[in-house]
Design a binder for this molecule. Sequence first.
Ligand SMILES: [Zn+2]
Length: 209
Amino acid sequence: MGGMESIYPAVFRLQHSAGSNGYAILDGDRVAIVDPGLVGGRRGLLRELRQAGLLARVTDVLVTHSDADHVGAAPAVQAATGARVWLGRADAEVLEGTRRPATRFRRLLARRATDAFAGGLELLEGGEEPFPGVTALGTPGHTPGHMAFVFEDVVFAGDAVRGSDNGLRLMPRFLTSDQDQAQASLELIQEVGARWLCPGHGAVRELHT
Ligand SMILES: [Zn+2]
């Protein structure tokens, strides 16, 4: 699998996506990418997937939320592969410009729009199975439509958590659309009972032994 780091059977951490942690989940001939990262990292990401023999197998892109450091390269992956791109409904509305970004900081960033999705978006409410064995877990707070993804003993938490030496914490308030929801989502992620936490930033960590 090239230089990709194996985290769990069938789960790999991408080495060349940019801005946030990207992951690949394998199911037989199919591959899902979780959070392809910044648009500026798209070429490195596509090259990595091609060299690993995965690019032609990508059928789905699972995006935890609409921040550019997570979703930015998704249109390029879709254009290269025809993959479905899955995103929480409320965050899709932010990308499409029909919902106001949820923090002042993001309204400033919104002047740099994400590329359009020629193949459209698949909308998540939470509870769906966007890829075999993967469940979407509604985890609003960081953004209104934030999703975590649970696959067997792994939870992909996006920016619903921030790892620290003292356990799991929330992202900073200026990047949080709703503090109470964010706290509830942090607890929900821990209650899932998965052993491996794959966050949007920072190291993969073990939650339970
Ligand atoms: Zn974020």
